[in-house]
Design a protein around this ligand. Structure first.
Ligand code: AMP
Ligand code: ZN
Length: 136
């Protein structure tokens, strides 16, 4: 269930200090130590799974409900103008801690947080859609 070498497992077990904003039987949510904006939090399942591919369904099914609860509290508390709910899988996607987590990032008009992408022109979306569908 836990991995002795994982920083988020250690946080969940209370071996490393954190600032928790929410906890239940399956999750804890802590404030990020290097926030993108004021109030940036990470939601951690109390089960060590590296990423979305390996997180058991029982956790996955509940993640967005907990994330929304946190987002609601952030809107009430922080007077933010929006909230990003996102998560990274794999180094190429920006993942640095390999214990599944969902970022909940309050957004403020003009905050300059670097989240987003430069849109590209799609090459062959029709063919691509067909290929991906085959693996669903
Ligand atoms: P990611 O890059 O998606 O893997 O996100 C990992 C996040 O965990 C980053 O935003 C880090 O700032 C955050 N983080 C790493 N160590 C800690 C810690 N000890 N307490 C709180 N947040 C942490
Ligand atoms: Zn872990």
């Amino acid at each position: 269930m836990y991995d002795d070498n994982c920083i988020f497992c250690k946080i969940i077990k209370g071996e490393i200090p954190s600032n928790k904003i929410y906890e239940d039987d399956d999750f804890c949510v802590i404030l990020d130590i290097a926030p993108a904006t004021k109030g940036h939090a990470v939601l951690l399942p109390k089960h060590h799974a590296a990423d979305v591919y390996s997180l058991p369904d029982e956790y996955l099914e509940k993640v967005l409900k907990v994330a929304r609860k946190c987002a609601d509290a952030m809107v009430k508390t922080l007077d933010c103008d929006g909230v990003n709910i996102l998560q990274n899988n794999g180094e190429a996607a920006g993942q640095t801690v390999f214990h599944y987590h969902t970022h909940i990032i309050p957004r403020y008009k003009g905050d300059g947080a670097n989240i987003g992408w430069k849109p590209m022109t799609p090459d062959d979306n029709e063919g691509l859609a067909k290929k991906i569908k085959e693996n669903m």
